[in-house]
Structure formats: structure tokens, C-alpha cells
Design a protein around this ligand. Structure first.
Ligand code: ATP
Ligand code: MG
Length: 309
């Protein structure tokens, strides 16, 4: 089967291959990743995955990008900063109320290292889970000292050295409240997933002006380094239009790789797995591997991009 040339989720290496051969090659890349090692960043990268719009692929992108980096030997920590606990579910990390979680970290009861658990998907993949206790944190934080800096303080160099991570991904809730502000203060980079659909750009202006506010007052280092197009449906013209519009607007900040809409991607969390573990031969798994590679290579060669608001 030859994928249509206009489909940005197809790769030239696949042209002319049978679907089974394509699948086997994709699975081999994930199951035997040594041949495709990714560069280790020259400094620890902390990325906040944010978009106040719900259901755009923040959590899916967080866990799958983190898993893709981890299978390449890069130690990666996912911080679940959403009371929904979806990232914890996808990584199959215990997150019943009372489990040491990001909530206890934010209120200073435990350290990040104490709350972090290893994912069964890879010994290089760690997660600090979110429990339902985090739901009240947004209000509790208001009266606390250095309320915008609580996560940053928890992510101290010493603690991250102790865990020894190369990458930290912070999965934000769908709001621009204090939890998301904490995530933006704690990170150097923002990764914005944008869903390839009609309302994709709605609300983006508000997100970007919030980022500018954080840059101006709380974290000068912060840049929008990465935009990832998600849930691309090659059968619709609309997906191409949105893709083009986002690329025209944000240029090189947008990853070349686009994540296709795929049933496998949406099924995986139901099994407590990333799509890389659930179906390594799927196009969804491969696209997250490609996106992770782009992120790793950009970080290694260009330093941080961004500031192109
Ligand atoms: P929230 O704002 O609620 O935190 P989110 O931005 O984290 O949502 P996800 O939970 O990652 O978004 O995705 C929303 C839904 O879309 C989920 O059911 C997920 O399984 C599904 N989904 C995400 N990416 C894809 C994809 N590429 N193909 C198919 N379904 C997808
Ligand atoms: Mg989410």
C-alpha cells in the first residue's frame, strides 16, 4: 500500500511496502531501539505540556514521548499535575487517594524522589502520580508562601540529580490555574499539543499571553520550544488546513512529525500502557517515536528554540 503523498504521517521509507512489512519495521524500531539511539541532552530538559483546551492530547503526548525517550536509554520523569490522574493511569502507576503523589510534594510532605515510582514499561521511565487529593490543591496553594514556585522548589537540581533524569515532562490539567502556572515556573520549555480540528486555535492566544506573563514575572527562561499536531485525520481536508495554518503561524516550532488519529493510541491507556508497549507496530507508536527523536535532536543541536510568540 502506498500512503497518499499529501499525508504528513506517512514516511518515504514506507512507500511501496506491504502493510505487514511496514508494521514489522515499525515494531522493530521500538523493540530493538539500540540502532537508533537518541542524543542525550547537554543539560536536563524540563518540558511543560500545556493547553487549557481539554482533550487535545496533552496526556497522550506526555506519556508516549516520555516512553519513546526512555526506550532509547534516556531517563525520563513524568510528573502528573492533573487531578484526573490520566498520565498515572496510562503508565499504570498506583494513584489511589493517600498514595505519595505530587500533591504531597507540593505541600512539602514528601520529596519528589519519595513520590516517584518506576513504570513497568521501562526502567528508565519514572512517574510522580496525581491522586484525587490534587483536586483541592489549586485552592490550598492560594494561601501558601511562594505559591507559584512550589513545584520549581520540589524540582531542585539535587533532587533531580538523585533520580538522575535527562528529561522531565509535566502533564498539565486543562486550565490556566495555579497548577499550570507552577508547571510553567518549573520548566524551561513549553510543549503545546494542538489537535488538528476546527477549534484548534481557539484559546491559543490566551495560552500564549499567559506564557508571556510567566516569562515577564516568574520565569525568564521559559520558551515555547515545541508544538505538536495531534489526532491528524488524513481523510479530512480540515486536518490539512489546520496543519498549514499552525505551520504558517508558528514556523519551525512545530514538529515535522504529526500524530495521526489512531484507535490504538486511544485504546492503550485502558490497558495501563503507552501505545509503544500496547502496539509497537502501529503508526501511532511510530509517530511518537519520530516526534521524540525530533525533540531530542533539536535539543542537542539547536539548543532551545522558541520565543517566537
Ligand atoms: P485533558 O485536557 O482532559 O487532560 P488531554 O489534552 O490530556 O485531555 P488526552 O487525554 O491525551 O488529552 O486525549 C483525549 C482523548 O483523545 C483520549 O481519550 C485519548 O485516548 C484520545 N486520543 C489522544 N490522542 C489520540 C490519537 N492520536 N488518536 C486517537 N485518539 C487519541
Ligand atoms: Mg490530560
Amino acid at each position: 500500500m502506498t500512503p497518499p503523498p499529501s499525508d504528513p504521517t506517512s514516511t518515504s521509507s514506507e512507500l511501496g511496502w506491504t502493510p505487514i512489512a511496514e508494521e514489522a519495521v515499525r515494531a522493530a524500531r521500538i523493540l530493538h531501539p539500540k540502532a537508533n539511539q537518541l542524543p542525550r541532552p547537554d543539560h536536563r530538559r524540563v518540558l511543560t505540556v500545556a493547553n487549557q483546551k481539554g482533550g487535545v492530547g496533552k496526556t497522550t503526548s506526555t506519556v508516549n514521548l516520555a516512553a519513546a525517550l526512555a526506550v532509547h536509554g534516556l531517563k525520563t520523569l513524568v510528573i502528573d499535575l492533573d487531578p484526573q490522574g490520566n498520565a498515572s493511569t496510562a503508565l499504570n502507576i498506583e494513584h489511589r487517594s493517600g498514595t505519595p503523589s505530587i500533591y504531597e510534594v507540593l505541600i512539602g510532605e514528601v520529596t519528589l524522589a519519595e513520590a516517584s515510582a518506576v513504570s513497568e514499561q521501562s526502567p528508565n521511565l519514572f512517574c510522580v502520580p496525581a491522586t484525587i487529593d490534587l483536586a483541592g490543591a489549586e485552592i490550598e496553594l492560594v494561601s501558601m508562601t511562594s505559591r507559584e514556585h512550589r513545584l520549581k522548589e520540589a524540582l531542585s537540581t539535587e533532587i533531580l540529580d538523585e533520580i538522575g533524569v535527562d528529561y522531565v515532562f509535566i502533564d498539565c490539567p486543562p486550565s490556566l490555574g495555579l497548577l499550570t502556572v507552577n508547571a510553567m515556573v518549573a520548566a524551561q520549555e513549553v510543549l503545546i499539543p494542538i489537535q488538528c480540528e476546527y477549534y484548534a486555535l481557539e484559546g491559543l492566544g490566551q495560552l500564549l499571553s499567559n506564557i508571556e506573563l510567566v516569562q515577564a514575572h516568574l520565569n525568564r527562561e521559559l520558551t515555547v520550544s515545541t508544538i505538536l499536531l495531534t489526532m491528524y485525520d488524513g481523510r479530512t481536508k480540515l486536518a490539512d488546513q489546520v496543519t498549514q495554518e499552525v505551520r504558517n503561524h508558528f514556523g519551525d516550532t512545530v514538529l515535522t512529525t504529526v500524530i495521526p488519529r489512531s484507535v490504538k493510541v486511544s485504546e492503550a491507556p485502558g490497558y495501563g500502557q503507552t501505545v509503544l508497549a500496547y502496539d509497537p507496530g502501529s503508526r501511532g507508536a511510530m509517530s511518537y517515536m519520530d516526534a521524540a527523536k525530533e525533540i531530542a535532536v533539536r535539543g542537542a543541536t539547536d539548543g532551545q528554540k522558541g520565543g517566537e510568540l
